[in-house]
Design a binder for this molecule. Sequence first.
Ligand SMILES: [Mn+2]
Length: 356
Amino acid sequence: MARFALGFGFYHHMLDEGSFRFARQCGATHAVVHLVDYFGGARSVAEVNQPVGASGGWGRAGASTERWTAASLKALRRQINDAGLELAAIENFDPAHWYDVLLGGPKRDEQLEGLCEIIRAVGTAGIPVIGYNFSLAGVAGRVSGPYARGEAVSVAMDGIDETPVPRGMVWNMVYDEAPPAGSQPSIDQDTLWERLAYFLDAVIPVAEKSGVRLAAHPDDPPVPRLRDTPRLVHQPALYDRLLALHPSRANALEFCLGSVAEMSEGDLYESTERHARNGDIAYIHFRNVQGKVPHYREAFVDDGDIDMARIVEILEAARFDGVMIPDHTPLMQCDAPWHAGMAYAMGYIRALQKSA
Ligand SMILES: [Mn+2]
């Protein structure tokens, strides 16, 4: 008997009736929505894969501001419900809302109050989860090319990008158009952990009261340092460190199977089982990969190192009842590369779930 639900992650420019129908036709019941505009105004799904995180970053932070009010979030949820889907989570804060929380800058407390406001608004709108990624460099230092089966265009890591992050940029996005010259100050891992603890202590009590779970994505890619910044969750055991900082049902995981599989240590199956049994997982990114950091390739769901059937069995046995989304997939050669890749992944997951 299947317990977990299936969903798609949608970038903001994909929030339309056609995307929702596509999701339902694939058998999905839930949506995870990105409000942040990573693409600098790109509009066509056919043109846009996941951003790889080149040194120049993704785009301007702050474009999403009006999307975070309770009224906008309620309207979004209604739009998705009217299309026959549930809104499972909002994925990622806009760097404009929390750059000094990440950087330990002078606006930290003011921005934390703003994040609390957002968490209350998300709760008021009846959305149960916010996924986030506490990271300075963000999802960075990957390359795109014909790396998946049949030369499908996919994302890979090929060595560690050491280009420092310029001032005015964090999490791959520009929050200050006219910053002082130079790079963001180089800091150590413990300093970043202190900043995470400060963040969790400020927001988790508000999340608890608002009925919202904050779900942490591990580092993508999971290496100890990238672009001269420390990373937090780059080994499976560091997820436990994050949970222990502020134990609460609201302090949860956006469990990315691909990122955990890319880590150089640990056992993906043991981690999945333990966190699923402990109820730590708010939702799952279901994707496959070949290799580990600093050399790996994102693969089709049935063509990577992860035994996906075993993962589904573990989740069923642990009675995981959250949502699973395909995260990203290689692009398939046809007129709708993103849709074909996603439909392929979803069909595969549904078959695994039915046979588990
Ligand atoms: Mn992921």
